[in-house]
Design a protein around this ligand. Structure first.
Ligand code: THU
Length: 158
């Protein structure tokens, strides 16, 4: 069985204006994160096929598991507000000094949610990941970030 994990590391100066704008919106969202317990802010910006951008950020709670990651807030908000629209791409960032500067790695649950979103819409979702550095990790599909994801095919769990 062939498994691919293709990601590119691109300096933000070499990204398109639209890509830089999406990352900028994710950084704006991160500034509004509610993360008083971890002190670790995450922002996400989902771009729909229509061009509409939906933001999300992490929302924590004193009953810790009650909170939610920034990228899932954004993906679920897009699903709630624009249920018929496909997601074209998502930028996920953390400007936090608590993050390593050169990478932001989404958690497994968020990868699972992104993967199911693209299986559901039958087109890949492009993912941009950035911490504080200029370097951006770009993946053409959530499948690169979560090979062997849990899924269901013809009523059979896999
Ligand atoms: N967090 C995210 O928002 N996205 C991830 O992919 C990883 C973790 C948040 C959850 C929590 O609010 C804080 O970062 C520390 O775990």
């Amino acid at each position: 069985m062939a498994v691919t994990c293709e990601v590119a590391l691109i300096n933000s100066q070499n990204l398109s204006k639209g890509e830089v704008e999406l990352l900028g919106k994710a950084h704006e969202a991160a500034a509004n994160a509610y993360a008083p317990y971890s002190g670790f802010q995450v922002g996400a910006a989902v771009r729909l096929k229509s061009g509409t951008v939906v933001l999300g950020n992490n929302q924590e709670n004193i009953a810790y598991p009650s909170g939610l990651c920034g990228e899932r807030v954004a993906v679920f908000a897009a699903g709630a507000q624009f249920p018929e629209e496909e997601i074209e791409s998502i930028a996920i960032v953390s400007p936090s000094p608590l993050a390593v500067p050169d990478a932001f790695m989404p958690c497994g649950s968020c990868r699972q949610v992104l993967r199911e979103a693209e299986l559901r819409q039958k087109t890949p979702i492009k993912i941009y990941l950035q911490a504080r550095d200029e370097v951006v990790m770009v993946s053409k599909s959530a499948s690169n970030l979560l090979p062997f994801s849990f899924t269901i095919q013809n009523g059979v769990f896999k």
